[in-house]
Design a protein around this ligand. Structure first.
Ligand code: AMP
Ligand code: GLY
Length: 416
């Protein structure tokens, strides 16, 4: 099969690497890809991002299957457009993608189907939300309704901070429309977990749980980032938590997807908080996580292409996913200045014996050299029988990768 894979992050490098292992995959075009996919087996980057251009490419090059990495094209309706053209594609259509595209839509969905989540209210008017904030217990969580490049959630410690956040979101309109509507949510205390899963709209199969480390500094200090490293499986997701998640979150979500009649053949990612009162859903994403994917796919033994095809053909009930009985860590190396800004343009050196343990995110190929081009530059992988062994291996591997101004957390797999 010839595959078109859309996206350019570390997630897409991991997807390309995993798909390339499938005997049935002949060629993978990555649009637009990065310096990692440029060098991956069976892969070629193509510099296209526009949906109509991608359709032309898929038709002109007899693409058998398109796989969408990031949320943005899904929310724009890329799956609907491809299907109108009778092209085979993996991902949810526009209606289901709204579970990530709009926080109020997803909260209303959770409420309607009894999915366990934080209490919330939705507001469209600045005056009303400001009045409401005067009655809240703090901290309180304020969320911009639409996509805000990962910056649309603020945990406010006081009324003053809440009012300032509303001014930024609704009055200054810093997210160009995405913050004109807001969700005010109860603050949940606990440990977070990412549970990625695959669904065909009838069956849902959870993958191994993962734990992201969102803050930039050790001990979960400093500003939030896209994710600085992942341990998989998540050590806090016990059998008991998993059962609670299945009953109170996952199964109810599946009922909702069916009842709403979403055309959902894709990935659904549950961001949960494990609280004293059990597992509660923070959010849905309708794509794989980054950097969760780099760890999760490193442990997946099942052929990913087989799973994706079973989802599209509504045969997931016949599938079982096999995993390596190991722990996988990935530690993100970021460029100096991240997440506020980041320096770019430095050459990356990777020793040969760890080449297979590196997933590239923000780097490009320039005259056959790998050059940094983004904030999160790459992830280094380490596996082991225990977390301790995986930690030892990942930090040994990271010594063999370097570029000017490289920064990484030292406590991935250790921090709560
Ligand atoms: P979201 O995009 O909704 O996952 O929010 C991004 C991050 O904000 C989450 O990963 C949590 O760390 C935090 N967060 C979101 N909602 C809450 C909440 N209700 N209570 C505490 N933290 C939250
Ligand atoms: N790592 C979190 C996310 O992909 O949303």
């Amino acid at each position: 099969m010839d595959i078109l894979l859309i996206g350019s992050g570390g997630r897409e490098h991991a997807l390309a690497w995993k798909l390339a292992k499938s005997k049935r995959v002949n060629k993978i075009y990555v649009a637009p890809g990065n310096g990692g996919t440029a060098k991956e087996k069976k892969c070629t980057n193509i510099n296209i991002t526009d949906i109509e251009e991608l359709i032309k490419f898929a038709k002109g090059n007899n693409i058998d299957l398109t796989i969408v990495g990031p949320e943005e094209p899904l929310i724009k309706g890329i799956v609907n457009r491809f299907k109108e053209e009778e092209l085979r594609i993996f991902g949810p259509a526009k209606d289901g993608a709204e579970l990530e595209g709009s926080k109020s839509f997803s909260k209303d969905f959770m409420k309607k189907y009894g999915v366990k989540t934080a209490e919330y209210e939705v507001f469209y008017e600045e005056n009303k939300v400001k009045e409401y904030l005067k009655t809240c217990k703090y901290p309180v969580v304020i969320k911009a309704d639409g996509l805000a490049a990962g910056k649309g959630v603020v945990i406010c410690e006081s009324l003053e901070e809440g009012l300032e956040t509303i001014d930024l979101f609704m009055v200054s309109d810093i997210f160009k429309g995405a913050g004109k509507k807001v969700v005010i949510e109860e603050f949940l205390k606990g440990v977070e977990a990412s549970i990625l899963s695959i669904t065909d709209g009838h069956t849902i199969i959870p993958f191994l749980s993962a734990k992201d480390h969102k803050q930039i500094f050790d001990d979960n200090k400093g500003p939030n980032t896209g994710g600085m490293g992942v341990v998989c499986p998540n050590p806090y997701v016990t059998e008991e938590v998993l059962e609670d998640f299945r009953v109170n979150i996952m199964d109810k979500t599946l009922i909702g997807i069916r009842e709403e009649g979403f055309d959902f053949k894709g990935i659904i990612f549950f961001g949960i908080m494990i609280t004293e009162d059990g597992a509660k859903l923070l959010e849905y994403n309708v794509r794989m996580g980054d950097p969760e994917t780099q760890s999760v796919l490193s442990l997946m033994e099942t052929d990913l292409l087989e799973l994706i095809e079973a989802s599209i053909d509504e045969r997931l009930n016949e599938m079982e996913v096999k995993w390596k009985d190991e722990v996988c860590l990935n530690v993100v190396m970021a460029s100096r200045g991240y997440p506020a800004t980041s320096e770019t343009g430095y050459e990356i050196n990777i020793l040969d014996d760890v080449k297979d343990d590196v997933f590239i995110a923000g780097a490009k190929i320039d005259e056959d050299k790998l050059i940094t081009s983004g904030g999160r530059v790459l992830s280094v992988i380490g596996r082991g029988k225990t977390i301790e062994e995986a930690r030892e291996n990942v930090y040994k591997n990271i010594e063999k990768v370097n570029f000017e101004g490289a920064y990484f957390r030292k406590d991935i797999g250790k921090a709560k």
